[in-house]
Design a protein around this ligand. Structure first.
Ligand code: SF4
Length: 343
């Protein structure tokens, strides 16, 4: 498990790579985005080796918990790239300890991403948990007058692979104290309307993507809204293709809402064209064996040979498997590389 990472969104402002920190490894699948989990693939490949004696079983690595305290140079750190910190098999005392490290290692910026939004929300709103984090942080060397909650150097994110999970996880994130909130829409498996997700919180509350939103009781919340959106398609052998319009839509929603936007990768598939009307002739100029078509709304795919003579092709994307490197990370010829403003 290399500590230095090439993950683009963990890069430091000066262009140097950030780090991963895995005080816990192992996980279990919980939603559609987990189907081809890269962490599971790696951990199971090395099951029985020193790095992963128990494969992808959940385990706390006590000898790793304090690592960031020993890293002198300020850096961005992706927490638990090989697990999910809010997994129910991880004892709450360990989670407090890991938060205590993040509080005490103030020089670093931590990026914590979860699909376990419910436990995240419950714990981070629990005064007893916060007290425990504070005590651990002081025990690890944080001067008492520097204690702050939410942690100013923690970016908290949830995974959003489609509208269903947007509607569930985004409200949970907005209900959780955080200095910076972000969405990782990767692998994106369907279109996502961010405002629809925010609206599920109630019409009095979800009126915008950024800055404040209003409680049902009318008081203004001090926390920010969504500060950063990352998009990306799936990579790997079994990668599911994304419709490029899903990325375009989130790009445009972020631009309209003044939210920082980062497009990480196009995955394994390159966009050939989005079909209009009955554009069969355009589609058929490519090698029919290597292209597939992606439905704009539900993401289902089909090959050229599966079209019926009367099928309507409007809106389907024609994509070709070209490999992650060739597919690159540009969207309509532009690299989207924004990071959120630090508090
Ligand atoms: S939550 Fe993350 S680490 Fe856990 S199985 Fe899903 S993708 Fe893998």
């Amino acid at each position: 498990m290399a500590e230095t990472t090439t993950i683009e969104w963990t890069r430091n402002d000066d262009g140097t790579p950030g780090k991963t920190w895995n005080p816990v490894t192992g996980c279990t699948k919980i939603s559609d985005g987990c189907t081809n989990c890269y962490a599971e693939t790696i951990a199971e490949r090395f099951r029985g080796h020193a790095a992963f004696p128990n494969g992808f079983d959940v385990q706390v690595r006590a000898n790793k918990v304090n690592d960031p305290l020993t890293w002198r140079k300020p850096t961005r750190i992706f927490v638990n790239s090989m697990s999910d910190l809010f997994h129910n098999e991880i004892d709450q005392a360990w989670i407090s300890d890991i938060f205590g490290v993040m509080a005490a290692a103030r020089r670093h910026t931590f990026q914590l991403l979860t699909k376990r939004h419910a436990r995240m929300r419950t714990l981070l709103n629990d005064p007893a948990f916060v007290t425990n984090v504070r005590l651990r942080a002081l025990g690890k060397g944080l001067p008492a007058d520097q204690w702050q909650w939410p942690l100013p150097n923690l970016w908290l994110g949830v995974s959003v692979e489609n509208q269903q999970w947007a509607n569930i996880r985004i409200p949970a994130l907005l209900d959780t104290p955080a200095a910076v909130r972000f969405l990782s829409c990767e692998p994106l498996l369907g279109p996502v309307d961010l405002k629809q997700a925010v609206r599920t919180m109630g019409s009095e509350r979800g009126h915008g993507l950024t800055a404040s939103y209003v409680h049902a009781d009318g008081c203004c919340r001090k926390f920010h809204g969504i500060d950063w959106v990352i998009t990306g398609a799936e990579s790997g052998r079994k990668a599911r293709p994304a419709h490029p319009n899903w990325f375009r839509s989130l790009r445009d929603q972020c631009a309209a809402g003044n939210v920082a936007y980062f497009h990480k990768q196009n995955g394994e598939w390159a966009d050939r064209t989005t079909l209009t009307g009955d554009q069969r002739s355009a589609a058929s100029i490519w090698d029919e064996k290597r292209v597939t078509y992606v439905h704009p709304h539900d993401g289902r795919t089909q090959t050229h040979g599966q079209w019926g003579i009367n099928d309507h092709l409007e809106g389907w994307a024609c994509v070709q498997r070209v490999g992650k490197k060739a597919a690159g990370r540009q969207l309509d010829g532009v690299t989207h590389d924004q990071f959120p403003k630090e508090p």
